[in-house]
Write a protein that binds this ligand. Structure first.
Ligand code: TRP
Length: 344
């Protein structure tokens, strides 16, 4: 029996959402609703792998839920919930902690980058993070996960965990009459171009929620129209006019970033944008980009502010989503307990 086409993805509530989160993730989640059964999560249990102030964690959880809704995720079509409301995520992660090998986890580049020289003093949860991510995905037997470049290795680990579980417990799976491939080999949904949104102050660094250099480097999803326009107009550029071909952007990181932001916001290719603006200077391009960004983002920011001002509506949506997620999760978890040999 083939697996149902199902998407799972999640965003961590660990900072204010910005344009990179929107173009790289949230915006891409919306059209997938038409072709897949979708489960979109606020992964609060992942967030606490590094210290989070409880009030911030709560605020950022609401902010992500609000951004999902404002961007057009439909809670009637998709399941929208926060991870900690479905305890089966933690339960399956424990089983996966016992399937995954220390050596696999130790190879994760994101852990190595985050832990750095401080690896003795980071949380055990940070080390086990990818096993919780595998549990998120496999609890729902998700067949597809939209991920950015930085999460590819974690998705490969998810496939390794699925394969090792299927293999280690093969005889028990067969004895209990379940499909031999109990957990699927989840595929990445490859993001198109222009998913990497760079800082407005330095085109060689990723746009991030905590830009030490300046707040002008980052467009936050809660920014109002004035802030969006101002940040774009003050963005770092070079003195040359825009090229007519994409190759002309090669050694021009700031120009390349603004053109790719334009393309992503307008649902156009970089070539289309350059066909229109090639030969023009930033004096003409920046106001056009600011107008486009404001028209796309400002109404969503307004809707997000309305939703977070009275979180009752979000509470209801998250609770309903969690109920629907739990119904699926309970089925998988009951089978996994049965396969592993836990007595009930
Ligand atoms: N690790 C992901 C990130 O940092 C977030 C995440 C947690 C996730 N669980 C997931 C993404 C499951 C996709 C699927 O961005």
């Amino acid at each position: 029996m083939p697996f149902t086409n199902r998407i799972f993805s999640g965003i961590k509530p660990s900072g204010d959402l910005h344009l990179g989160n929107y173009l790289g993730a949230i915006k891409r989640f919306v059209p997938l609703q038409d072709d897949f059964e979708c489960i979109y999560c606020v992964v609060d249990m992942h967030a606490i792998t590094v210290w989070q102030d409880p009030a911030d964690l709560r605020r950022w959880t609401y902010e992500i839920a609000a951004a999902y809704l404002a961007a057009g995720l439909d809670p009637k079509k998709s399941i929208i919930f926060n991870q900690s409301q479905v305890a089966e995520h933690a339960e399956l992660a424990w089983v996966f902690n016992c399937v995954a090998r220390m050596g696999w986890m130790a190879r994760m580049t994101q852990f190595k980058d985050k832990a750095g020289k401080n690896s003795e003093n980071v949380s055990l949860g940070l080390f086990a993070y990818p096993s919780l991510m595998a549990a998120d995905i496999l609890l729902y037997k998700a067949t597809h996960v939209p991920v950015g470049e930085d999460q590819k290795q974690h998705l490969e680990l998810t496939r390794d965990i699925a394969a090792k579980f299927n293999n280690d417990f093969g005889p028990a799976i067969a004895a209990k009459g379940y499909e031999e491939e109990y957990f699927p080999q989840t595929e990445p949904v490859i993001a198109g171009p222009a998913t990497r949104v760079m800082s407005l102050r330095d085109g060689t660094r990723k746009m991030s929620k905590s830009d030490a250099a300046s707040d002008m480097a980052t467009i936050y999803l809660m920014d109002d129209a004035d802030a969006i326009a101002k940040k774009i107009k003050k963005a770092k550029t070079d003195p040359e006019p825009l090229p007519s071909e994409a190759q002309g952007l090669d050694a021009r990181p700031e120009a390349a970033n603004l053109v790719s932001i334009f393309a992503a916001l307008a649902d156009k290719s970089v070539d289309d944008v350059l066909a229109e603006y090639g030969g023009q200077g930033f004096g003409a391009f920046k106001p056009a980009l600011a107008e486009l960004a404001v028209s796309v983002l400002a109404p969503q920011a307004t809707e997000m502010r309305r939703l977070v001002a009275d979180p009752g509506e979000i509470d209801t949506i998250l609770r309903d989503g969690a109920d629907r997620a739990r119904a699926l999760a309970e089925t998988t978890m009951a089978e996994v307990r049965d396969i592993v040999g836990f007595v009930r």
